[in-house]
Design a protein around this ligand. Structure first.
Ligand code: FAD
Length: 419
C-alpha cells in the first residue's frame, strides 16, 4: 500500500466524516473497520440532524420519574440490575452535570459544534451527490402533558438568544403539519431548522464512497491491533500492516477496547437503544421525525418504513438485547399514528457512546503522540459527525479550528487516566 499519512479507526458516521475531511485536505488516508462502513451505531439512529440541540439529555429531575424508572415502568429508560454497580459512578457524574447551571454551561460549550452541524452535512452531501437523503422539514416534538410542555420554556428562551427558529403549536396547527397524527397530545413544539435523513446507512456509505473517489482507501482490519512502531502507528489489516504518523480513534462505543490497553482510560458508558420499522396503515405518512416527549420515543419516517427508536438502556454494551422499552411504547405509538405490521422479525440494537458531561472527546490522545480521538457523541453522533470531521482535520493539519476545541479535550478527564 502507498505511503499513508493518517489511519482512521472505525467507519461510522464520525470516522467516515473525519477520513473525508482529511482526504479533502490532501492527506493519504486509510479508513479501517472490521466490517462495511456505517453498520455500527450509525446504522440505526432516528436520522435527525439536531442542529437545534440546546440542552442535552439530563438526569431525571423529579422523584416520581426516578421511581418509575426504578420500577421499570418508564418508557424512556431501562436498566439491567446487574449493571448498576458498574454504571453508578457515571450516573452520579451525570446527575452532577444535570443541575441547571451545568446544563447551561454544556449548552454553551456545545453550541459551536451544533451550529456548524447542518452546514457541514449539506456540503458533504452535495459533494457526495447524496442531497436526496436530506430532508429539510424540521422536527416536531409533541407533549401529552402541560407539565412536559412547560418544561421546554427555558429552552425556547435560549433558542431566541441563539436565533434558532422554534414555534409552539396547538393541536390543530400540529395536525396541519402532520395530518396522520391522532390528537392524543396537548401541545407541540416545532424546531423548523432541524433536518433529517431518510436512510442513515446510505448517507454514511455515500460519504465513504466520496472518500474513496478522492483517493482514500477503506480496508478491513481490527483496530485493536494498533501499536507503535518507532514514531509511527501500525494497524494490521486484511491487506497487511498499514502504518502512518497519525491515527484517529473513531470507534464510538468500542473505543475503550483499543484505548484502555493503551492506558487511556476515559469514563465512557453506553446508553443502548433499539429501533424497529413498521409499515403504515392506509395512506398515512409522516413528513418529518416526531418525538412523543412524555413517552420517550421517536417516530422517524425512513425508506424502510416508520422507524420507532427508544430512549436509554443502561446495560453492558455486549449483553443480550432486552427490547422492553419498544414493547412499552408500541401501544401508545399506535394511538398516535396508524402503524401497520413490523417490517423485521427482531428489533435492531445500538449503543450510544456517552460521557457524563454530554460532550464528545475531540482532540489529541493524552500521552500518545500522533494519536487523536473523536468519539463519545452520545445522542448526537449523526448530527455532529461532519462538524467533528472538520474540527479534527483542522487541528491535525495545523489550520485554525473553526471553534475552540478546548471543551472537547480528553484532558478534562485527567483524574481518570492511568498513571
Ligand atoms: C436508537 C438511537 C437513536 C439515535 N438517534 C440519533 C439521531 O436522531 N440523531 C443523532 O445525531 N444521533 C442519534 N443517535 C446517536 C448516533 O447514532 C451515534 O452517536 C453515532 O452513530 C455514533 O457514531 P460513531 O461513528 O461514533 O460510532 P459507530 O457508528 O458505532 O462506528 C464505530 C465503528 O467502529 C467499528 N469497530 C468497532 N470495533 C472495531 C474494531 N475492533 N476494529 C475495527 N473496527 C471496529 C464498528 O464496526 C463501527 O463501524 C442515536 C443512537 C441510537 C442508538
Amino acid at each position: 500500500m502507498a505511503r499513508t499519512e493518517a489511519i482512521v479507526l472505525g467507519a461510522g458516521i464520525v470516522g467516515v466524516s473525519v477520513a473525508l475531511h482529511l482526504v479533502k485536505r490532501g492527506l493519504a488516508v486509510a479508513l479501517i473497520d472490521r466490517g462495511e462502513p456505517g453498520h455500527g451505531t450509525s446504522y440505526g439512529n432516528a436520522g435527525i440532524i439536531e442542529a437545534n440541540t440546546l440542552f442535552p439529555a439530563a438526569f431525571p429531575a423529579s422523584m416520581k420519574s426516578l421511581i418509575r424508572i426504578a420500577l421499570k415502568r418508564a418508557p424512556e429508560a431501562n436498566y439491567h440490575a446487574s449493571f448498576l454497580g458498574r454504571v453508578m459512578p457515571w450516573l452520579l457524574a451525570f446527575r452532577h452535570n444535570s443541575v441547571p447551571e451545568r446544563l447551561i454551561a454544556t449548552m454553551r460549550a456545545m453550541r459551536p459544534l451544533f451550529a456548524r452541524a447542518l452546514a457541514e452535512h449539506e456540503t458533504l452531501a452535495a459533494e457526495a451527490r447524496a442531497g436526496s437523503y436530506l430532508r429539510h422539514t424540521g422536527w416536531l416534538k409533541l407533549y401529552r402533558s402541560d407539565r412536559g410542555f412547560a418544561a421546554t420554556a427555558q429552552e425556547r428562551t435560549f433558542a431566541a438568544e441563539f436565533g434558532l427558529p422554534v414555534r409552539t403549536m396547538d393541536v390543530d396547527a400540529a395536525l396541519a403539519l402532520e395530518p396522520a397524527l391522532a390528537p392524543v397530545f396537548r401541545h407541540a413544539v416545532f424546531w423548523e431548522d432541524a433536518a433529517s435523513v431518510t436512510n442513515p446507512l446510505a448517507l454514511t456509505c455515500a460519504y465513504a464512497a466520496r472518500f474513496v473517489m478522492l483517493g482514500g482507501v477503506t480496508v478491513m482490519g481490527d483496530a485493536r491491533s494498533l501499536h507503535r512502531v518507532g514514531t509511527r502507528w501500525r494497524v494490521e489489516s486484511t491487506q497487511g500492516p498499514i502504518d502512518a504518523e497519525a491515527a484517529v480513534v473513531t470507534l464510538g462505543p468500542w473505543a475503550p477496547d483499543l484505548l484502555d490497553p493503551l492506558g487511556i482510560n476515559l469514563p465512557l458508558v453506553v446508553k443502548r437503544g433499539y429501533h424497529r420499522h413498521f409499515a403504515t396503515g392506509g395512506n398515512a405518512s409522516l413528513a418529518r421525525p416526531v418525538l412523543d416527549a412524555d413517552n420517550g420515543y421517536c417516530l422517524a419516517p425512513m425508506e424502510q418504513g416508520i422507524r420507532i427508536t427508544t430512549g436509554a438502556e443502561f446495560a453492558a454494551r455486549d449483553a443480550a438485547p432486552t427490547p422492553v422499552q419498544l414493547n412499552r411504547v408500541l401501544a401508545v405509538a399506535r394511538d398516535l399514528f396508524p402503524l401497520g405490521a413490523a417490517v423485521e422479525d427482531n428489533p435492531w440494537i445500538g449503543a450510544r457512546p456517552c460521557f457524563a458531561d454530554s460532550r464528545p472527546v475531540i482532540g489529541r490522545a493524552p500521552g500518545q503522540p500522533g494519536l487523536w480521538l473523536a468519539y463519545g457523541h452520545g445522542h448526537s453522533g449523526l448530527t455532529l459527525g461532519p462538524a467533528t470531521g472538520r474540527l479534527i482535520a483542522e487541528m491535525m493539519t495545523g489550520a485554525t479550528p473553526f471553534c475552540d476545541p478546548a471543551p472537547y479535550g480528553a484532558e478534562r478527564f485527567a483524574s481518570h487516566r492511568r498513571r
